[in-house]
Design a protein around this ligand. Structure first.
Ligand code: BDR
Ligand code: CA
Length: 303
Protein backbone atom coordinates (compact mmCIF):
# COMPACT_ATOMS: atom_id res chain seq x y z
CA UNK A 1 0.00 0.00 0.00
CA UNK A 2 1.04 3.59 -0.66
CA UNK A 3 1.01 5.94 2.31
CA UNK A 4 -0.67 9.18 1.33
CA UNK A 5 -1.67 12.50 2.86
CA UNK A 6 -4.39 14.56 1.22
CA UNK A 7 -4.41 18.35 1.43
CA UNK A 8 -7.85 19.34 0.26
CA UNK A 9 -10.66 21.92 -0.01
CA UNK A 10 -13.92 19.89 -0.34
CA UNK A 11 -15.57 20.67 -2.73
CA UNK A 12 -17.50 18.06 -4.66
CA UNK A 13 -14.60 16.53 -6.60
CA UNK A 14 -12.40 16.67 -3.48
CA UNK A 15 -15.09 14.69 -1.63
CA UNK A 16 -15.09 12.09 -4.41
CA UNK A 17 -11.28 11.89 -4.30
CA UNK A 18 -11.45 11.44 -0.51
CA UNK A 19 -14.03 8.69 -1.00
CA UNK A 20 -11.62 6.71 -3.19
CA UNK A 21 -8.60 7.41 -0.96
CA UNK A 22 -10.43 6.34 2.20
CA UNK A 23 -11.80 3.12 0.73
CA UNK A 24 -9.23 1.75 -1.71
CA UNK A 25 -7.19 -0.96 0.06
CA UNK A 26 -4.07 -0.08 -1.94
CA UNK A 27 -3.91 3.36 -0.35
CA UNK A 28 -3.20 4.12 3.30
CA UNK A 29 -4.60 7.59 3.98
CA UNK A 30 -2.70 8.82 7.08
CA UNK A 31 -3.88 12.41 7.42
CA UNK A 32 -6.18 14.93 5.82
CA UNK A 33 -5.34 18.64 5.94
CA UNK A 34 -7.62 21.38 4.72
CA UNK A 35 -7.17 24.71 3.01
CA UNK A 36 -9.35 27.62 1.90
CA UNK A 37 -10.33 27.24 -1.74
CA UNK A 38 -13.70 26.16 -3.05
CA UNK A 39 -15.14 27.66 0.16
CA UNK A 40 -13.63 29.05 3.40
CA UNK A 41 -11.41 26.74 5.46
CA UNK A 42 -13.94 26.34 8.30
CA UNK A 43 -16.32 24.87 5.70
CA UNK A 44 -13.75 22.74 3.85
CA UNK A 45 -12.73 21.29 7.25
CA UNK A 46 -16.33 20.40 8.12
CA UNK A 47 -16.82 18.84 4.69
CA UNK A 48 -13.68 16.70 5.03
CA UNK A 49 -14.88 15.53 8.47
CA UNK A 50 -18.33 14.74 7.06
CA UNK A 51 -16.95 12.51 4.30
CA UNK A 52 -14.57 10.67 6.65
CA UNK A 53 -17.31 10.17 9.25
CA UNK A 54 -19.73 8.96 6.54
CA UNK A 55 -17.40 6.00 5.93
CA UNK A 56 -16.77 5.47 9.66
CA UNK A 57 -13.10 5.96 8.94
CA UNK A 58 -10.64 7.04 11.62
CA UNK A 59 -8.36 9.56 9.92
CA UNK A 60 -7.14 12.77 11.59
CA UNK A 61 -8.16 16.07 10.00
CA UNK A 62 -6.11 19.23 10.63
CA UNK A 63 -7.34 22.64 9.55
CA UNK A 64 -4.95 24.77 7.51
CA UNK A 65 -4.56 28.13 5.84
CA UNK A 66 -7.45 30.57 5.80
CA UNK A 67 -5.84 32.76 3.14
CA UNK A 68 -3.39 32.43 0.27
CA UNK A 69 0.19 33.58 1.03
CA UNK A 70 -0.16 36.96 -0.68
CA UNK A 71 -3.10 37.14 -3.08
CA UNK A 72 -6.56 37.98 -1.85
CA UNK A 73 -8.84 34.97 -1.30
CA UNK A 74 -11.68 34.32 -3.78
CA UNK A 75 -13.80 31.19 -3.32
CA UNK A 76 -15.54 28.99 -5.93
CA UNK A 77 -18.94 28.79 -4.25
CA UNK A 78 -20.55 29.44 -7.63
CA UNK A 79 -19.38 25.92 -8.64
CA UNK A 80 -19.54 24.07 -5.31
CA UNK A 81 -22.43 25.90 -3.58
CA UNK A 82 -22.29 27.98 -0.39
CA UNK A 83 -21.50 24.97 1.81
CA UNK A 84 -18.99 23.50 -0.66
CA UNK A 85 -20.77 20.15 -0.55
CA UNK A 86 -24.48 20.61 -1.29
CA UNK A 87 -27.11 18.00 -2.04
CA UNK A 88 -26.59 15.34 0.62
CA UNK A 89 -27.60 15.29 4.29
CA UNK A 90 -24.53 14.01 6.07
CA UNK A 91 -24.96 12.96 9.72
CA UNK A 92 -24.31 15.89 12.07
CA UNK A 93 -22.01 13.99 14.47
CA UNK A 94 -19.00 14.39 12.20
CA UNK A 95 -16.47 15.12 14.95
CA UNK A 96 -13.73 17.71 15.16
CA UNK A 97 -10.37 18.54 13.64
CA UNK A 98 -7.33 17.68 15.74
CA UNK A 99 -5.69 20.28 17.91
CA UNK A 100 -2.81 21.07 15.55
CA UNK A 101 -2.49 23.32 12.53
CA UNK A 102 -2.20 21.66 9.13
CA UNK A 103 1.50 22.60 8.96
CA UNK A 104 2.26 21.05 12.38
CA UNK A 105 0.23 17.94 11.58
CA UNK A 106 1.92 17.54 8.18
CA UNK A 107 5.36 17.93 9.73
CA UNK A 108 4.66 15.48 12.57
CA UNK A 109 3.04 12.85 10.36
CA UNK A 110 5.68 13.02 7.61
CA UNK A 111 8.59 12.82 10.07
CA UNK A 112 6.97 9.97 12.02
CA UNK A 113 6.19 7.89 8.93
CA UNK A 114 8.24 4.81 8.37
CA UNK A 115 9.71 5.18 4.86
CA UNK A 116 8.22 7.78 2.59
CA UNK A 117 4.86 9.37 2.03
CA UNK A 118 3.08 10.69 -1.07
CA UNK A 119 1.44 14.12 -0.78
CA UNK A 120 -1.80 14.62 -2.70
CA UNK A 121 -2.87 18.28 -2.79
CA UNK A 122 -6.26 18.87 -4.38
CA UNK A 123 -6.68 22.50 -3.32
CA UNK A 124 -4.24 25.39 -3.54
CA UNK A 125 -0.78 24.72 -2.17
CA UNK A 126 -0.65 27.23 0.69
CA UNK A 127 -0.17 24.64 3.46
CA UNK A 128 2.56 22.90 1.49
CA UNK A 129 4.43 26.14 0.80
CA UNK A 130 4.26 27.04 4.51
CA UNK A 131 5.41 23.52 5.44
CA UNK A 132 8.42 23.60 3.08
CA UNK A 133 9.41 27.06 4.27
CA UNK A 134 9.16 26.22 7.97
CA UNK A 135 10.32 22.59 7.91
CA UNK A 136 12.48 21.97 4.81
CA UNK A 137 13.64 18.66 6.32
CA UNK A 138 10.30 17.05 5.44
CA UNK A 139 11.20 17.15 1.72
CA UNK A 140 13.48 14.11 2.01
CA UNK A 141 10.65 12.06 3.46
CA UNK A 142 8.26 12.85 0.61
CA UNK A 143 8.37 10.34 -2.19
CA UNK A 144 6.51 12.66 -4.55
CA UNK A 145 3.66 15.13 -4.80
CA UNK A 146 0.72 14.21 -7.03
CA UNK A 147 -1.06 17.55 -7.33
CA UNK A 148 -4.28 18.55 -9.02
CA UNK A 149 -3.78 21.95 -10.60
CA UNK A 150 -2.53 23.85 -13.59
CA UNK A 151 -2.75 23.16 -17.31
CA UNK A 152 -0.68 23.58 -20.43
CA UNK A 153 -2.22 26.45 -22.33
CA UNK A 154 -5.72 26.56 -20.94
CA UNK A 155 -7.55 27.64 -17.83
CA UNK A 156 -10.81 27.60 -15.94
CA UNK A 157 -10.43 30.91 -14.10
CA UNK A 158 -8.84 32.87 -16.91
CA UNK A 159 -7.77 31.53 -20.29
CA UNK A 160 -4.32 31.12 -18.68
CA UNK A 161 -5.01 29.85 -15.16
CA UNK A 162 -6.54 26.89 -13.38
CA UNK A 163 -8.32 27.50 -10.04
CA UNK A 164 -5.93 25.85 -7.52
CA UNK A 165 -2.87 27.60 -8.92
CA UNK A 166 -4.77 30.86 -9.58
CA UNK A 167 -5.94 30.94 -5.94
CA UNK A 168 -2.39 30.87 -4.54
CA UNK A 169 0.23 31.26 -7.28
CA UNK A 170 2.96 32.22 -4.77
CA UNK A 171 2.47 28.91 -2.96
CA UNK A 172 2.57 27.05 -6.28
CA UNK A 173 5.86 28.72 -7.13
CA UNK A 174 7.38 27.57 -3.81
CA UNK A 175 6.09 24.02 -4.30
CA UNK A 176 7.43 23.78 -7.87
CA UNK A 177 10.82 25.13 -6.74
CA UNK A 178 11.07 22.65 -3.85
CA UNK A 179 12.97 19.90 -5.64
CA UNK A 180 10.42 17.28 -4.56
CA UNK A 181 9.24 15.25 -7.59
CA UNK A 182 5.84 16.54 -8.75
CA UNK A 183 3.21 14.95 -10.95
CA UNK A 184 1.06 17.78 -12.32
CA UNK A 185 -2.49 16.52 -12.79
CA UNK A 186 -4.11 19.44 -14.60
CA UNK A 187 -7.00 20.40 -16.81
CA UNK A 188 -5.33 18.76 -19.84
CA UNK A 189 -6.57 15.42 -18.51
CA UNK A 190 -9.31 16.35 -16.04
CA UNK A 191 -11.39 18.08 -18.73
CA UNK A 192 -10.99 15.01 -20.92
CA UNK A 193 -11.98 12.38 -18.35
CA UNK A 194 -15.43 13.73 -17.49
CA UNK A 195 -17.60 11.43 -15.42
CA UNK A 196 -20.30 10.84 -18.01
CA UNK A 197 -24.02 11.38 -17.47
CA UNK A 198 -24.47 7.61 -17.88
CA UNK A 199 -21.90 6.85 -15.18
CA UNK A 200 -23.48 9.39 -12.83
CA UNK A 201 -26.92 7.85 -13.41
CA UNK A 202 -25.60 4.42 -12.36
CA UNK A 203 -24.23 5.62 -9.03
CA UNK A 204 -27.37 5.60 -6.83
CA UNK A 205 -28.16 2.01 -7.76
CA UNK A 206 -24.79 0.75 -6.52
CA UNK A 207 -24.89 1.44 -2.77
CA UNK A 208 -25.12 4.20 -0.18
CA UNK A 209 -21.72 5.58 -1.18
CA UNK A 210 -22.92 5.79 -4.79
CA UNK A 211 -26.07 7.58 -3.65
CA UNK A 212 -24.04 10.14 -1.71
CA UNK A 213 -21.66 10.75 -4.62
CA UNK A 214 -24.56 11.03 -7.06
CA UNK A 215 -26.35 13.57 -4.90
CA UNK A 216 -23.32 15.83 -4.52
CA UNK A 217 -22.09 15.41 -8.11
CA UNK A 218 -25.41 16.49 -9.63
CA UNK A 219 -25.02 19.73 -7.65
CA UNK A 220 -21.55 20.40 -9.06
CA UNK A 221 -21.49 23.42 -11.36
CA UNK A 222 -18.53 22.10 -13.36
CA UNK A 223 -20.44 20.12 -16.00
CA UNK A 224 -21.40 20.22 -19.66
CA UNK A 225 -23.62 18.12 -21.97
CA UNK A 226 -21.34 15.09 -21.70
CA UNK A 227 -20.67 14.95 -17.99
CA UNK A 228 -19.02 16.44 -14.92
CA UNK A 229 -15.32 17.16 -14.37
CA UNK A 230 -13.99 15.14 -11.43
CA UNK A 231 -10.67 17.02 -11.39
CA UNK A 232 -9.28 15.91 -8.01
CA UNK A 233 -10.23 12.26 -8.49
CA UNK A 234 -7.68 12.08 -11.32
CA UNK A 235 -4.86 12.23 -8.73
CA UNK A 236 -6.11 9.04 -7.07
CA UNK A 237 -6.70 7.37 -10.44
CA UNK A 238 -3.11 8.21 -11.39
CA UNK A 239 -1.75 6.68 -8.16
CA UNK A 240 -3.63 3.44 -8.80
CA UNK A 241 -3.53 3.30 -12.61
CA UNK A 242 -0.56 5.22 -13.96
CA UNK A 243 -0.77 3.14 -17.14
CA UNK A 244 -3.99 4.94 -18.11
CA UNK A 245 -2.36 8.38 -18.03
CA UNK A 246 0.41 9.69 -20.29
CA UNK A 247 2.88 12.06 -18.65
CA UNK A 248 5.66 14.21 -20.02
CA UNK A 249 8.63 15.52 -18.05
CA UNK A 250 9.27 19.23 -18.34
CA UNK A 251 10.06 22.38 -16.39
CA UNK A 252 7.01 24.21 -15.02
CA UNK A 253 7.20 27.90 -14.10
CA UNK A 254 4.41 29.72 -12.28
CA UNK A 255 3.25 33.21 -13.22
CA UNK A 256 2.67 35.19 -10.00
CA UNK A 257 1.42 38.51 -11.31
CA UNK A 258 -0.04 40.27 -14.31
CA UNK A 259 -2.89 39.13 -16.54
CA UNK A 260 -1.60 35.53 -16.75
CA UNK A 261 -1.36 35.21 -12.93
CA UNK A 262 -1.66 31.56 -11.94
CA UNK A 263 -0.51 30.16 -15.28
CA UNK A 264 1.66 27.03 -15.22
CA UNK A 265 4.08 27.66 -18.07
CA UNK A 266 5.56 24.43 -19.42
CA UNK A 267 8.95 24.40 -21.16
CA UNK A 268 7.44 21.97 -23.68
CA UNK A 269 10.51 21.76 -25.89
CA UNK A 270 13.04 21.60 -23.05
CA UNK A 271 14.66 24.67 -24.56
CA UNK A 272 14.99 27.00 -21.60
CA UNK A 273 16.18 24.96 -18.62
CA UNK A 274 19.16 23.01 -19.96
CA UNK A 275 16.99 19.94 -20.31
CA UNK A 276 16.21 19.99 -16.56
CA UNK A 277 12.69 19.19 -15.42
CA UNK A 278 10.76 19.76 -12.19
CA UNK A 279 7.50 18.01 -13.06
CA UNK A 280 5.94 15.08 -14.78
CA UNK A 281 2.90 16.61 -16.48
CA UNK A 282 -0.20 14.53 -17.22
CA UNK A 283 -1.02 15.19 -20.87
CA UNK A 284 -3.43 12.42 -21.85
CA UNK A 285 -5.85 9.99 -20.19
CA UNK A 286 -7.98 7.00 -21.10
CA UNK A 287 -11.36 8.55 -20.28
CA UNK A 288 -13.28 5.24 -20.62
CA UNK A 289 -10.91 3.54 -18.22
CA UNK A 290 -11.44 6.41 -15.78
CA UNK A 291 -15.23 6.00 -15.91
CA UNK A 292 -15.07 2.22 -15.50
CA UNK A 293 -12.65 2.50 -12.60
CA UNK A 294 -14.77 5.14 -10.86
CA UNK A 295 -17.81 2.85 -10.85
CA UNK A 296 -15.74 -0.17 -9.79
CA UNK A 297 -14.28 1.74 -6.86
CA UNK A 298 -17.77 2.61 -5.65
CA UNK A 299 -18.96 -0.99 -6.12
CA UNK A 300 -16.07 -2.24 -3.97
CA UNK A 301 -17.22 -0.11 -1.01
CA UNK A 302 -19.16 -2.34 1.36
CA UNK A 303 -21.99 -0.35 2.91
C1 BDR B 1 -9.93 22.52 -9.05
O1 BDR B 1 -10.64 23.65 -8.55
C2 BDR B 1 -11.55 23.24 -7.58
O2 BDR B 1 -12.75 23.93 -7.73
C3 BDR B 1 -11.72 21.75 -7.74
O3 BDR B 1 -12.02 21.13 -6.50
C4 BDR B 1 -10.39 21.31 -8.27
O4 BDR B 1 -9.47 21.05 -7.23
C5 BDR B 1 -10.20 22.42 -10.54
O5 BDR B 1 -9.70 23.54 -11.21
CA1 CA C 1 -10.20 20.85 -4.95
Amino acid sequence: TTKIIMDTDPGVDDAAALTMAINDPNLDLKLVTTVAGNVTVDKTTINALKVINFFNAVIPVAAGAEQPLIKEFEDAARIHGESGLPGYDFPEDYGKPINKTAVEALHDEIMATDGQVTLVPTGSYTNIALLFTEYPEVKDKIDRIVAMGGALGMGNMTSAAEFNVFTDPDAARIMYASGVPIVMVGLDITMKALLTKESIAELPEINKAGQMLHDVIINDGDHNDRGTAMHDVNTIFYLLHPEAITTKKMWIDIVTDGPAIGETVGDIRGAYHDGKTNADVAVDIDADAFNKWFLEEVKAIKM
